[in-house]
Design a protein around this ligand. Structure first.
Ligand code: ATP
Ligand code: LTN
Length: 333
């Protein structure tokens, strides 16, 4: 029996936040030693949908690769590679574009949000972003895609395009399943718990960066917006701030929400916030040390990416060949 494939990616659009870590990477780590063959990509072509400074962009790619390595997504256990190194991603995007309707892209929440936040640069790539993402996924016969809740709509499109293609031609693509963890799929801003924690938020106190030192982490959690009660209890609607902190604490310590609530029953918010900060620092500080070590050897990172790309290319080439044959393109490579 063929083994199952897991695929996911993150954009190198800046230093990752705790939201990226909890919503995406912590699940990747959990799924690494399961029955899935894991493929993780650095979605650099997606990042270009927003203006990038070329020098900073390259640095962000190294940083993200070092983050993957520091999280022990090591190349012996999974394939990891740079999206732009495998040209079949953009080739398949073109093919899928021919079965995608503009309306379904214009409806995407992320397209609408980013069109507002980058109103000076509403480009075709921003709109086509989900089709490139569908190509990333479908190119590898992916069964499972672990992502945060904000990517659910994009995944739905990938499933629809796979079905549409299969119906128009013949069964070619596997319909991928999302893996969106119940706990931590949407970590909220520390300053506005009704908004997603995002690395592009102008308010630096609203997110924990994976590069924040211990003092900064403590300071940011101390400033986190909560409510006027003093009871550590999960209630995402009426106590969004505290519930967000409970989620973070629970994921970082491996305790359930109930266990975490019990641990802080009778304690004030001050004690609770300090404990959340310490739990986060306990994971992030060692991770930063490992990341710095990897970053000191860029040659090693380049080598890992090159080897990963070779493995990915091999799989991608087989798939694009199958797609071209199905469509009736005279494939001459
Ligand atoms: P940007 O702010 O540049 O748009 P982002 O911070 O939303 O980026 P992405 O690179 O788009 O991050 O997302 C990488 C992964 O992290 C995705 O699986 C996404 O769902 C997940 N993710 C992002 N933010 C959060 C969050 N606040 N909570 C949980 N998961 C998140
Ligand atoms: N769009 C995703 C990143 C991404 C992705 C993918 C995730 C690009 N290609 C394929 C899963 C599968 C985001 O998180 N912003």
């Amino acid at each position: 029996m063929e083994s199952k494939i897991l695929f996911s990616a993150i954009q190198p659009s800046g230093i990752l936040t705790l939201g990226n870590y909890i919503g995406a990477i912590s699940n990747w780590i959990k799924l690494l030693d399961t029955e899935y063959n894991c493929i993780f990509s650095i979605a650099d072509l997606h990042t270009l949908t927003v203006k990038q400074d070329p020098v900073q962009f390259k640095q962000n790619v190294f940083d993200l690769a070092a983050t993957y390595l520091a999280c022990d997504l090591n190349p012996d256990k999974c394939i990891f590679f740079l999206q732009s190194s495998v040209h079949q991603h953009t080739e398949l995007t073109w093919i899928l574009n021919t079965i995608t309707y503009p309306g379904e892209l214009q409806r995407m929440t992320q397209f609408k949000d980013k069109s507002k936040s980058h109103s000076d640069n509403i480009n075709m790539g921003l709109m086509d972003y989900p089709v490139l993402m569908a190509s990333d996924i479908l190119l590898y016969n992916t069964n499972l895609v672990p992502v945060g809740a904000d990517q659910k709509q994009h995944l739905e499109l990938a499933r629809n395009l796979a079905e549409r293609f299969n119906n128009r031609y013949t069964d070619t693509f596997i319909i991928p399943e999302p893996y969106i963890s119940e706990n931590g799929a949407k970590i909220m801003s520390l300053q506005n718990p009704d908004k997603k924690m995002s690395k592009s938020d102008a308010n630096l106190n609203s997110f924990i960066s994976l590069n924040d030192d211990e003092n900064t982490i403590i300071k940011k959690f101390k400033k986190a917006v909560t409510d006027s009660e003093n009871e550590v209890r999960y209630d995402a609607i009426n106590k969004a701030g505290i519930s967000n902190l409970l989620t973070i604490y629970s994921v970082m310590t491996g305790k359930t929400i109930k266990e975490s609530e019990n641990e802080f029953s009778g304690h004030g918010y001050g004690v609770f916030k300090t404990s959340v900060a310490e739990a986060v620092a306990e994971v992030l500080i060692p991770l930063q040390k490992r990341k710095t070590q990897f970053l000191s050897d860029k040659g090693y990172i380049e080598n890992v990416l090159k080897n990963g790309a070779e493995k990915a290319l091999d799989k991608a080439e087989k798939k694009i060949k199958q797609v071209y044959n199905t469509i009736g393109i005279l494939y001459q490579k």
